[in-house]
Design a protein around this ligand. Structure first.
Ligand SMILES: Cc1cc2nc3c(=O)[nH]c(=O)nc-3n(C[C@H](O)[C@H](O)[C@H](O)COP(=O)(O)OP(=O)(O)OC[C@H]3O[C@@H](n4cnc5c(N)ncnc54)[C@H](O)[C@@H]3O)c2cc1C
Length: 357
């Protein structure tokens, strides 16, 4: 294989996956991260089977399967009463369900794999300036060094300075309301395979409880305070973290400028409904590494923009449906939930759609 100088910017799930994917095809890279050390906090908590399939191709799936929680059951409640209960333990989706794992552990596993392959993340080093021509990308770093690269994968997140410096537009909207999360340790009875979704109130409020370890769960809410509005019967032993956040729905107009490929949140963002954002970014990362390795970068932007657009559209539809106060939309949601639970072809179609990326 031809030797190339490759830089990955950002050691979130996208950047780490890009570096792992590059090493899988025999390409070394540098990977720099602005933060001084790995984050102990988690945003994404769900890994889809399609992502596991892709990681398997990179020889990187086993530690995820060993550690993550298979989320086989889904309990949907309406005003605290069971609306539908979906159990995938005894059907074809038993081992094709989303897996619960905190994002810091996803990043930790990827970092360990990289280290085994001889690549260490350079923490505390950020990219301060980048320019690119059809032949090269020139990069300045915060430690006052500079270097030129054949390819750069920019996985520097939603505020991507690379995207801004290269003047790539990121059109879309910012929603006004805040949603919130809380990560909690639990005691008492708790099914670590069950996602519970409580739909309540007239304004489309909801609370989701999703296991991320045997006795740890993520609570997510469409309100500003996930704990204050929690009505599901779980016993909280300890609160590890709470956060409120606003949602933006945006997508970069192009994922490539000359020698720089955008991937992950640098290229797209949307609501966490459906748990797809990180998975989409990891898929971008693998596609970017493969495009560089195979000299097929021309189609990277078009194909990943299409994939991103599709996920953004479906996620938006789901967000609007789940958080709508419109009685018609609510009826459509109840009806869909019932059909998923009781009509096998609808159930299969839903599972395939949900767990793909
Ligand atoms: C509350 C919440 C819940 C979510 N839940 C899910 C879920 O369940 N499933 C799912 O798939 N997705 C989920 N998401 C989305 C998911 O968290 C993101 O899509 C994912 O973190 C994006 O990864 P990334 O690597 O592209 O960007 P980031 O994780 O933001 O990483 C970018 C990295 O680049 C670094 N960086 C930035 N600028 C520079 C620079 N100039 N030089 C060097 N480094 C730089 C940053 O420090 C950062 O570490 C959720 C999001 C939120 C807000």
């Amino acid at each position: 294989m031809v030797s190339m100088d490759i830089l990955v910017i950002g050691a979130g799930p996208t950047g780490l996956t890009a570096a792992v994917a590059l090493t899988s095809v025999g390409l070394k890279c540098r990977i720099v991260e602005r933060k001084n050390s790995p984050s102990e906090l988690s945003r994404a908590v769900g890994i889809m089977p399609a992502t596991i399939d892709a990681l398997r191709e990179l020889g990187a799936a086993a530690p995820f399967l060993a550690e993550a929680m298979p989320l086989r059951k889904m309990h949907i409640l309406r005003d605290e009463r069971t609306l539908v209960y979906i159990d995938n333990s005894g059907n074809e989706f038993r081992d094709r369900v989303p897996l619960g794992l905190p994002q810091n552990r996803t990043e930790g596993i990827l970092r360990d794999i990289l280290a085994e392959r001889g690549v260490e993340v350079e923490y505390g080093v950020s990219v301060t300036n980048i320019t690119t021509t059809p032949d090269k990308a020139a990069v300045n770093f915060s430690d006052n060094t500079s270097a030129s690269f054949d390819w750069v994968i920019a996985a520097d997140g939603i505020q991507s300075a690379v995207r801004q410096q290269l003047k790539i537009q990121y059109p879309g909207i910012d929603l006004p309301n805040k949603w919130s999360i809380a990560d909690v340790d639990l005691r008492g009875s708790f099914d670590p395979e069950e996602i519970a979704l409580d739909l309540y109130g007239g304004e489309g409020e909801f609370t989701l409880v999703l296991p991320i370890e045997r006795r740890r769960a993520r609570i997510a809410s469409s309100t500003e305070d996930a704990l204050a509005t929690l009505r599901l019967p779980i016993e909280i032993a300890d609160i590890r973290r709470t956060a409120a956040f606003k949602i933006s729905i945006r997508q970069a107009e192009t994922y490539r400028k000359h020698r720089v490929l955008l991937a992950g949140d640098a290229a797209h963002c949307h609501s966490p409904v459906g748990g797809k954002g990180m998975n989409l970014g990891m898929a971008d990362a693998i596609a970017a590494a493969s495009a560089i390795a195979n000299g097929a970068v021309d189609s990277y932007s078009t194909s990943r923009h299409e994939a991103g657009e599709s996920v953004v559209k479906k996620t938006e539809l789901a967000r609007k449906l789940i958080s709508s106060s419109n009685p018609l939309a609510k009826s459509a949601l109840w009806l869909s939930a019932h059909c998923i639970a009781s009509v096998p072809p609808v159930h299969r179609a839903f599972m395939r759609q949900w767990t793909a990326v």
